[in-house]
Design a binder for this molecule. Sequence first.
Ligand SMILES: [Ca+2]
Ligand SMILES: [Ca+2]
Length: 253
Amino acid sequence: MRRLLGLTVLLVLPPMTLARVWTTVYHCDEKTLLAVVDPNHPTVYRDIMVGTRLVLVVSSDAAGHWMGSLRLPWDDDPYAALVGRGYSATLPGSTSKVQNYKDSCLPAAGKAARAYPYMGQDVVGLEFLSGPTAVAGDWFVFDYQAHRVGTCDVGLYDLYVSRYVPIQTFSFTHVPSRDFNGDTRVDFQDLALLASHWGLAGSPDPNDPNTAFDLDGDARIGCSDLALFSEYWLERQDSRPPGDDPNRLSPGL
Ligand SMILES: [Ca+2]
Ligand SMILES: [Ca+2]
């Protein structure tokens, strides 16, 4: 009889679901999702150009207090930066010195939400916590800036679960910029610059003005570079500086 009652209770109770926190990666317009390379590996993304700014939105399907972190290994730090928005040395309504990226904390994260820089022994990034009045939704928004050609892995951590094992890992690969004139958009002006260097020899010397146009590094500026250029046609980079943030004085620091 006792066993029967137990089975009855299990059948009547609603199915339990675990709260979930996750990060979504957008282009700088904050609307367009960054494409993934393989649908079977949803956190390995299409290559991005050096200078590209991505937007990382941390969301939750639960309410209440939570504490997490976005981090990258120190070895990857020269290649990219995780950047908060609206740096302040104090909290709202307080004069005590507490670092906070106030514009990175979205309304759904609650009034007491906070985000701040984090430096560990092997990792660097941001930590953040939602307040007790948090509701399900988008909680935090941060920027990712690609500084150098190479790869960078970013982990999302649930600090109530583990400070060492991420619950989500993103892998970004940075390729040379196609925005040759630096106006944040890949368009006809950049195509004209590429055409004006057509047929010239490339060079491994980063100070050689031709190097930027030899996109595949074969020491020749030609059709293969045009093909690589066209892959990013009309893309935007929009690598805005993070503003007055003493934690991020210059790229790669
Ligand atoms: Ca351009
Ligand atoms: Ca080439």
